[in-house]
Design a protein around this ligand. Structure first.
Ligand code: FRU
Length: 484
């Protein structure tokens, strides 16, 4: 694989200087040095560092034969790029090293991923997927096992080709892995396997599937214990909209339940959305040394407009988010250590807002903004950000719907539409926490009750932030930091 990696590195290095100065290139999010990125892969902690790999096409800003790009961090905040870790190089992954995970075993970092081969021109029907292993002693250079460790999909009502994205974990001395799958008539499901050595895998059961509106394929499953429950995170394709939910082409959801390790069945409740915005897919989690469950997702969506492609790059990761159990829900919160990125700060207190209002130094393109607003006497409250003469992205709370809407009708190039999520304002206090980074917005509502993520492509001069209310809202606290 050495030769393939060298060719990929040469391609990236040639393009890199042109890409990273672009106005839409993220400053504190993980993004490809150049060209294309999708799913996070192999998110793991190894030898005192966090490793994050990602689906990467190092030859063009479009999806293509998948490699694994690689970044590393000591704190999940500052990331350093490493050389491409996996490249297509064997008979079984000739057309792509698809998504997978990584786990530390006896001082080695072991990656398990899907080898993909096209057997004809139709990418939906003409494919063969197998599960493969690659190992590394230093966390940087990987050696593949040439033979797949899972060669074909199991018997039963399981689609023979679409099975992929292994996520491995260890439980009481045994390894387990979940795989994304579908039934023969295209209903999403998750398969569970077990192994004593990561090389010989035994199929246990279809761990989970959903009757009704569950989508045609479940990609990128991730199963772990958190608080009182086992949690299955996954990315179902083709779920239909229900009310204000599920309006993206594909979803990233979790279900809470119990995994019966003896039989391999997972009894669970209904889908909850992990993000109520536009651009969040294929998240993967790890348990950090403090026992926190940290999640990173791909901050884009399949088949959406991606205006950065014209500039040689595409795709980014979200900030790391901590999953916190809260009864029959999970809260999704920004990693607290992101505070290390804070530079120049401004803050205001007890500011009544009626008509449109701005505050000195509360503006920018790369920042964190925290707003706590008393909405007892308000019918609506709005924050317009990345606002300029023609552009603005609008975050709006409406009392009549008890909901927050993110509107990117005027967010700049390529994007449009709105997303809405119900929120709880029984306390009369509404909390917004925004992370903006050149071409993205991640909005945490009420301490993680909901998150809305969007890519936006405004002019760099559209850096205004305005607050508006119908009735009277009182901003009890407003804080803004430049982030570097
Ligand atoms: C999810 C996904 C995975 C697959 C990978 C290919 O976004 O479709 O199922 O392994 O992307 O890049």
């Amino acid at each position: 694989m050495e030769k393939e990696i060298q060719v990929a590195e040469a391609s990236i290095q040639e393009m890199e200087p042109r890409v990273q100065a672009h106005k839409w290139y993220p400053r504190f999010h993980v993004a490809p040095r150049a060209y294309w990125m999708n799913d996070p892969n192999g998110f793991s902690y190894f030898n005192g560092e966090y490793h994050l790999f990602y689906q990467h096409h190092p030859f063009s800003p479009e999806w293509g034969p998948m490699h694994w790009g690689h970044v590393v961090s000591r704190d999940l905040v500052h990331w350093e790029h490493l050389p491409v870790a996996l490249a297509p190089s064997t008979e079984d992954d000739a057309d792509g090293c698809f998504s997978g995970s990584a786990i530390e075993v006896n001082g080695k970092l072991v990656a398990m991923y899907t080898g993909n081969v096209w057997t004809g021109p139709d990418h939906d029907t003409d494919l063969k997927q197998v599960q493969m292993i690659a190992e590394s002693s230093d966390g940087i250079h990987f050696t593949k096992r040439v033979e797949p460790v899972i060669n074909e999909a199991p018997e039963g009502d399981i689609h023979p080709y679409h099975f992929r994205d292994p996520k491995v974990w260890e439980h009481n001395g045994t390894y387990y892995c979940v795989l994304g799958s579908r039934t023969k008539d295209h209903q999403g499901q998750v398969l569970l396997y077990r192994s004593d050595d990561l090389l010989n895998w035994a199929f246990m059961a279809v761990a989970a599937k959903k009757e009704g509106n569950g989508g045609f394929m479940w990609e990128c499953p991730d199963l772990f214990h958190l608080g009182e429950h086992d949690v299955l995170v996954m990315s179902p394709q083709g779920v239909k909209p229900e009310g204000e939910k599920f309006h993206n082409l594909h979803q990233a959801v979790y279900v809470l339940g119990e995994l019966e390790y003896g039989t391999g069945t997972f009894t669970h409740g209904d889908f909850h959305m992990l993000d109520a915005g536009f651009d969040f897919y294929a998240p993967q989690t790890l348990e950090d040394p403090e026992g926190r469950r940290v999640m990173i997702g791909w901050m884009d969506m399949w088949e959406s407009e991606m205006p950065t492609q014209a500039h040689g790059f595409c795709g980014a990761m979200t900030i790391p988010r901590v999953l916190v159990p809260d009864g029959d829900r999970l809260l999704v919160q920004p990693l607290p250590e992101l505070a290390e990125l804070r530079r120049e700060a401004v803050s205001y207190e007890n500011q009544p807002v009626t008509a449109k209002q701005t505050f000195d130094s509360v503006n920018g393109t790369c920042l964190e903004l925290r707003v706590e607003v008393n909405i007892k006497n308000a019918d609506a409250f709005r924050v317009n950000f990345r606002s300029g003469s023609e552009e603005k992205t609008v975050l709006r709370w409406d009392k009549k719907d008890a909901a927050v809407t993110l509107d990117r009708t005027k967010s700049g190039a390529g994007v449009s539409g709105t997303r809405t999520v119900k929120v709880n304002t029984e306390s009369d206090i509404l909390k917004f926490r925004l992370f903006l980074d050149q071409s993205s917005a991640e909005i945490f509502i009420n301490d993680g009750e909901a998150v809305m993520t969007a890519r936006i492509y405004p002019e760099e001069t559209s850096d205004g932030i305005e607050f508006e209310a119908e009735g009277e809202a009182v901003i009890e606290r407003l804080e803004k930091w430049e982030l570097h």
